[in-house]
Design a protein around this ligand. Structure first.
Ligand code: PXL
Length: 282
């Protein structure tokens, strides 16, 4: 059975990070091997939360797995609780990355133009270095702008412009040019205006092609949807699907879950009822 190392936090509430990635990868018939970065009572958008940072424990887990002579088909890194953890992911890659390993780096740093609590300039510098080494990166638009030193607030004033997507593609190509290997950039949560209508979509850019999938925006962003998306992409690529097919699978899984959560007026901090839709990934 294929295996993916999931380097991410475990949050009791928020349906994000490991509580999102483990079920997704498992239902896809891949063994989920979690390397927790932190244990939280709830994801950080809740405002009040307890966080136990595992920075000084992570490499013990890496060393333990090395002693067991383990091998991973995929490595998926997500929420890192502080800048020092970027070095731990680096160490993990040195131990476990081989030619047949797909490394997906989700540069979790912020959303909707705001940064998460762990963010610092040092963190961004480290994340820029880490993402250059990945086969696939899955930033949301906020994170893409951070990685490319683009002003997000200025960027989104062009949401209704004809060439908005072209402009985002250009930023992705700049990142591809700076990457240390052939890379795919998948940007999530791109909101666009077509006249009165608002759409949200995901854009994949590779060296040779790009494609974009969008649908009407419900107006609400839910916790964990980026983590669920990244986990489906990692699982699909490990199973040998194309980037396009992986994106279609992730969209098929998430679209209705998000529409349902919006229509029901669920609290965005608790995430979407993805549990009901896991069978779509079978
Ligand atoms: O979904 C991204 C994420 C993951 N983990 C934690 C978070 C967040 C976003 O806020 O707080 C702990």
């Amino acid at each position: 059975m294929k295996k993916i190392a999931l380097i991410n936090d475990i949050s009791g509430f928020g349906r994000c990070s490991l509580t999102a990635a483990i079920p997704v990868v498992s239902v896809m018939g891949i063994q989920a091997c979690p390397l927790p970065t932190a244990v939280l009572s709830a994801q950080t958008d809740f405002g009040e939360y307890f966080c136990h940072d595992l920075t000084d424990k992570m490499n013990h887990i890496t060393d333990g797995w090395k002693q067991m002579d383990e091998h991973f088909d995929g490595i998926h890194s997500g929420y890192l609780a502080d800048a020092a953890q970027i070095g731990n992911v680096q160490y993990f890659l040195e131990q476990f990355r081989s030619e047949d390993t797909i490394y997906l780096a989700d540069p979790v740093m912020g959303d909707h133009g705001r940064t998460y609590d762990m963010f610092s300039e040092e963190f961004l510098k480290g994340m820029k270095q880490l993402t250059r080494q990945a086969d696939v990166i899955t930033p949301n638009l906020t994170e893409l702008c951070m990685l490319a030193d683009v002003d997000y607030q200025e960027m989104i004033t062009h949401r209704q412009d004809e060439d908005y997507l072209q402009c985002i593609k250009g930023i992705c190509r700049r990142l591809l040019a700076g990457a240390h290997r052939k890379q795919t950039v998948i940007v999530t949560g791109i909101i666009r205006n077509h006249g009165e209508k608002v759409f949200v979509g995901n854009l994949a850019v590779t060296e040779t092609e790009d494609f974009h999938i969008e649908h009407p925006y419900t107006g609400v962003g839910f916790s964990g949807t980026g983590d669920l998306f990244a986990a489906v992409i990692c699982g699909s690529l490990v199973k040998g699907l194309s980037v396009r097919a992986s994106m279609e699978k992730a969209t098929y899984f998430l679209r209705e879950a998000i529409e349902e959560a919006s229509a029901a007026g669920l609290d965005p901090c608790h995430g979407v009822y993805f549990e009901k839709y896991l069978s779509r990934l079978l």
